[in-house]
Design a protein. Sequence first.
Length: 153
Amino acid sequence: MSERELRISGRFEGRVHLLPIRVYYEDTDVSGIVYHANYLRYFERGRSEFLRLAGIHHMVMLTGDEPLAWTIRNVTLDYRRPARLDDVLEVHTRFVELSGARMTASQAIRKGGHDLVRARVEAAVITMDGKPRRIPADVRAKMLPYLDEALAD
């Protein structure tokens, strides 16, 4: 991965992945505040870049003998403060639980050290026809060093 690609993908601080995001006009409603559904997009980017830097690539899972994908099973959001046009935000992502077919992430979108939105996201591995599958052993092995079970509920 090139240095530029690494900058785009964010960085790790310990087990936490940090991804900078700038709020663009397209992200906001008429008041200049980030539209609520766009926080889900920011969280998705945070999880995707976390996995990418951990060496887990979505396309590799799709091209195996049995193509697999992550699907969202449950999301809980806690909106605390709004983000606004031109804000520079940081998506914080930690993986806190890993079971047979599922993983759970604890995420926060922060600005200036303050949480704007918090999320708890449960994702599962499925086949292309929607059947659950265990997380592949190589994926699990790459995730385990980043698992932060201290935050699990």
